[in-house]
Design a protein around this ligand. Structure first.
Ligand SMILES: [Zn+2]
Length: 161
């Protein structure tokens, strides 16, 4: 396999009342939260899929089926760390990550640095290697109407010498 590989991941969760809104391991103050089997951390799921994709190792659903009661309410850090360990086992390290979270409201900006730090520490890189961009849905579509939030992530990995 080549020295450098790229991975891509996306995710979507419905927004509902009575659930916490967790993005990048930060609990966001919000009237609506993310619905899902685990903690529904949309960004960690997208990054996990990007890591798995970088080495063509399947996706988060094959590694952690949401029919499995073990993952009910699970901390998505478990998924991310598992994907990262598979990458490390194969002799690679993470170079950088770029990502986008689409959320109509509240504004994610005040949380972005903490989110970057959380992902960086999980993947043994500096926060400067993790980009998180927050966008809205411009009041249209599922994001704009606050029916859902989505995330996209790309990751570059490199084989260690
Ligand atoms: Zn998800």
């Amino acid at each position: 396999m080549s020295e450098v590989r790229i991975g891509f991941g996306t995710d979507i969760h419905r927004l509902v009342a009575g659930r916490p809104l967790i993005v990048g391991r930060v609990e966001i103050e919000s009237d609506l939260g993310a619905d899902g089997h685990s903690d529904a951390d949309v960004l960690l799921h997208a990054v996990t899929d990007a890591l798995l994709g970088s080495l063509a190792l399947g996706d988060i659903g094959t590694h952690f089926p949401n029919s499995d009661p073990r993952w009910s309410g699970a901390d998505s850090l478990v998924f991310l760390r598992h994907a990262f360990e598979l990458v490390v086992e194969r002799g690679y390290r993470v170079v950088n990550i770029d990502s986008v979270v689409d959320l109509e409201s509240p504004k994610l900006k005040p949380y972005v640095y903490q989110i970057r730090q959380n992902i960086a520490s999980a993947l043994d890189v500096a926060p400067e290697c993790v980009s998180v961009k927050a966008k809205t849905g411009e009041s249209v579509g599922a994001v704009g109407n606050r029916e859902a939030l989505t995330a996209q992530a790309v990751v570059l990995i490199e084989r260690l010498k």
